[in-house]
Design a protein around this ligand. Structure first.
Ligand code: ADP
Ligand code: MG
Length: 486
């Protein structure tokens, strides 16, 4: 019996891990996922701690530096009984997934070191060369080398300028035009989906068109680290340095993934300094300003902040309308202004999501034969689920307020440390509802109540039990849930 329970527990962890993998793949992209995350397997679970196993120590360290926080967060959201995820090197247990795709095997299967950084290597290996198309043949056998190809739509012409991004646009355009470097580096930052990659690639297209002899390397920080680690492994750092230091423009996207490795950051700093000293342009993007970057050495941060630092702010309504119209035009669809206004009003998080919703509506209109026109009704219908979840974005503050009202206590009491049942029970209910109705993590919820995440976890479990045992409380919670959802 105990064995059966154990087996079913393991099965459910495996099933959860599969779902988590889907999410990680979407968040980090197929290349990163296949290289680093796919080979991971679920290990033992004991005292609230889950072991996730990597096939090698190298891989484990990489995962810990780059993905551990995110994996911890997602597990915790999916299964509050998991308090902590430990990353370990695979021991004797049987693995469900083949580790064939592990990074180390990829490296080892590369025939000779010369093939990694041979003397004749072209910049194609770095994802982009100005003046040459991205050929698959040089990179066929190595997923990591195969940087995402440039998106032909990411041009200045297709970038819609508004109040929140005009400065970033102007700076990017200036750098693309300039023969002489005026600010170095250009550092672009914003939260996700606001156009950093679009602007970076616009610069490249511009240079390719107007000054094709200029040698550009564009890659993500993750790729930089990977290449450096590989060069170190083959004791071939000279070729690595040579490649990077002979460019005219070096562009590194998503700098936040530069990792914590001292040697890699040192190498980047050297490359950076030598390029700047020679008057070559460096362009960096990240999700935070140089000073706020985590895990980056102070002297590197201060160098990064030494040029022009520009941020892209969240979009405003007018810009969202402009972007929708531009995207509709590019997609060749008629978008009634009413529908554009509706979408611009509802989907405010970022441009990527805005674009995603437009694509869904467009696909739907094209699938319905005869009913090709996009209408407001149809849009509302197609985006029903998405809009419902946006509308339902209840805040923890609101939950505290409603729960306090319902149980006739004050919000202050709800947040206080008083343990009397009349206060403690409503507090647990509020924590439970916060977990159910918002996407906040346990620590975030905890902070709102001045408690740590274990207290929240305990509250959630307690209320789950009480719902079964105490129909009156269950009913109260149901009423609260409905008020909060409306
Ligand atoms: P980031 O790199 O900041 O996460 P991206 O550059 O990938 O964001 O942008 C996400 C999507 O939004 C892309 O499809 C991009 O074309 C689009 N986008 C963002 N800002 C604009 C803009 N101002 N005009 C047109 N498209 C935009
Ligand atoms: Mg990007």
């Amino acid at each position: 019996m105990a064995e059966e329970a154990l087996a079913s527990e393991l099965n459910s962890f495996n099933a959860q891990w599969d779902q988590i993998c889907c999410q990680l793949k979407t968040e980090f992209g197929a290349t990163a996922f296949d290289s680093w995350l796919k080979p991971l397997t679920v290990g033992d679970f004991k005292n609230g701690e889950m072991n996730v196993c990597a096939p090698t120590a190298f891989m484990k360290n990489w995962v810990v530096t780059h993905y551990a926080d995110r994996i911890n967060k997602i597990w915790e959201q999916r299964n509050p009984s998991i308090k902590k995820v430990n990353f370990v090197v695979q021991s004797g247990f049987s693995s469900r997934r083949s580790v064939d795709s592990s990074l180390l095997k990829q490296i080892s299967s590369t025939p000779t070191p010369q093939n990694v950084y041979g003397s004749n290597i072209s910049n194609k290996d770095f994802g982009l060369v100005s003046g040459a198309s991205l050929a698959n043949d040089t990179v066929k056998n190595n997923a990591i080398n195969n940087a995402a190809p440039l998106n032909p739509n990411y041009t200045f012409e297709n970038f819609v300028v508004g109040k929140t991004n005009e400065f970033a646009y102007a700076a990017a355009h200036k750098v693309a035009e300039a023969k002489n470097v005026s600010f170095n580096p250009l550092f672009l930052y914003s939260s996700v989906g606001l156009g950093k990659t679009h602007l970076m690639q616009s610069i490249i297209w511009h240079i390719k068109k107007n000054d094709p002899t200029r040698n550009v390397i564009y890659l993500t920080a993750e790729q930089f680290v990977f290449k450096f680690v590989k060069a170190l492994r083959y004791k071939d750092t000279a070729a690595f340095k040579e490649q990077f230091r002979s460019v005219d423009v070096l562009m590194v996207d998503d700098f936040q993934f530069m990792g914590n490795k001292g040697t890699t950051q040192d190498e980047f700093l050297h490359t950076f300094s030598s390029l700047v000293a020679e008057g070559k342009q460096v362009i960096i993007s990240a999700d935070k300003s140089p000073t706020d970057l985590e895990g980056i050495e102070e002297r590197l941060k201060s160098r990064l902040a030494g040029g022009l630092v520009v941020d892209i702010m969240p979009t405003d309504f007018d810009l969202r309308i402009g972007i929708l119209q531009k995207k509709a035009q590019l997609m060749g669809i008629e978008l009634p202004l009413k529908v554009a206004e509706f979408l611009a009003q509802k989907i405010t998080s970022n441009v990527r999501e805005l674009e995603g919703s437009l694509k869904r509506v467009a696909a739907h209109s094209q699938l319905l034969s005869g009913a090709k026109e996009i209408t407001l009704d149809m849009t509302q219908d197609v985006l029903k689920d998405m809009l419902r979840s946006i509308d339902r974005k209840t805040t923890i503050d609101e939950i505290q307020k409603k729960v306090a009202e319902h149980f006739n206590i004050s919000v202050k009491e709800l947040q206080s440390s008083r343990r009397a049942r009349t206060v403690a029970r409503p507090r647990q209910v509020a924590m439970y509802l916060a977990k159910q109705l918002t996407s906040r993590s346990l620590p975030e919820i905890g902070r709102k109540f001045d408690r740590d995440h274990t207290t929240v976890m305990h509250a959630v479990r307690k209320v789950e039990e009480l719902i079964v045992e105490d129909p009156t409380l269950a009913e109260n919670i149901e009423i609260l849930r409905r008020t909060l959802e409306n």
